[in-house]
Design a protein around this ligand. Structure first.
Ligand code: MN3
Length: 259
């Protein structure tokens, strides 16, 4: 009996000394595999059709910094265009250096950039540059009013009326938590839709945006866009935005996107 007990305990010792470490090793290998599979594979980035010749540069505003008064004030426009937008461009030029995107046009960067942009420097600043370039052209002194032509008809058909569209768009802009943008876009099905994106993301970021499409109208709801004049009253800024929308430009974007 004593011999059998000795054998049994020997067997148990063997089990705990050899088998258990083996089991544990297998478990930890499985865990490592799980962690590895959670990291997305490096994306294959298709080359663009054309390469960019020089660095990104700050586009002119196209109107005087005071031209949108009283709806958007002069100092906000100055700081927004000359400092914020310029900083996105400086950081974008710096961010793409030595990367696959070094010579890519902005649209090609946006459509190819993925969440695997470790420090998000390219994503944030490419988005920042595109969004602001688009925003300045969306605004115009003495503008506002109503959309015309095919866009007006489509807005009525898609949202019920212009007022209902305005309400939905305003709600999307109010609903952005923290910093971001509200958009009116045309989807791949050629239908209008309203969406919002956080930070400097936009609907052209095919690998990132929840809803992708071609923006025709966009509103910057970062505090830097309105805080000097409106402080915490973002809804008042959104209402004021409708007085300076360049519907002629938005209508042209609509017509181009529908082709
Ligand atoms: Mn801004």
């Amino acid at each position: 009996m004593q011999k059998r007990t000795f054998l049994k305990s020997g067997l148990l010792l063997t089990l705990s000394g050899v088998v258990m470490p083996l089991i544990n090793a297998c478990k930890s290998a499985a865990k490592t595999a799980e962690v590895k599979s959670a990291v997305p594979a490096t994306p294959v980035i298709p080359p663009p059709k054309m390469l960019r010749a020089g660095p990104f540069t700050l586009p002119a505003l196209g109107y005087d910094v005071a031209a949108l008064e009283p709806h958007i004030d002069k100092m906000t426009m100055e700081i927004h265009h000359d400092r914020h937008h310029n900083a996105y461009i400086t950081n974008l030029n710096d961010g793409v250096k030595g990367t696959v995107f070094a010579d890519y046009e902005l649209d090609d960067i946006l459509s190819r950039i993925t969440a695997v942009d470790a420090d998000k420097k390219i994503r944030n600043n490419a988005g920042g540059h595109w969004n602001h370039t688009f925003f300045w052209k969306t605004l115009s002194p003495g503008a506002g009013g109503l959309p015309q032509g095919a866009l007006a008809t489509d807005i009525d058909a898609s949202f019920g009326s212009f007022d209902k569209f305005k309400e939905q768009f305003s709600n999307a802009a109010k609903g952005v938590f923290g910093s971001g943008w509200a958009w009116l876009c045309i989807g791949s099905d050629k239908k209008l839709f309203i969406s919002s994106t956080p930070n400097q993301d936009n609907p052209l970021m095919l690998q990132i945006a929840k809803q992708t499409g071609t923006p025709i109208l966009g509103l910057d709801v970062w505090e830097h866009a309105y805080y000097l004049k409106y402080q915490n009253k973002r809804p008042d800024y959104i209402t004021a935005f409708f007085n300076v929308i360049n519907w002629k430009e938005v209508g042209m974007r609509y017509n181009n996107s529908k082709m």
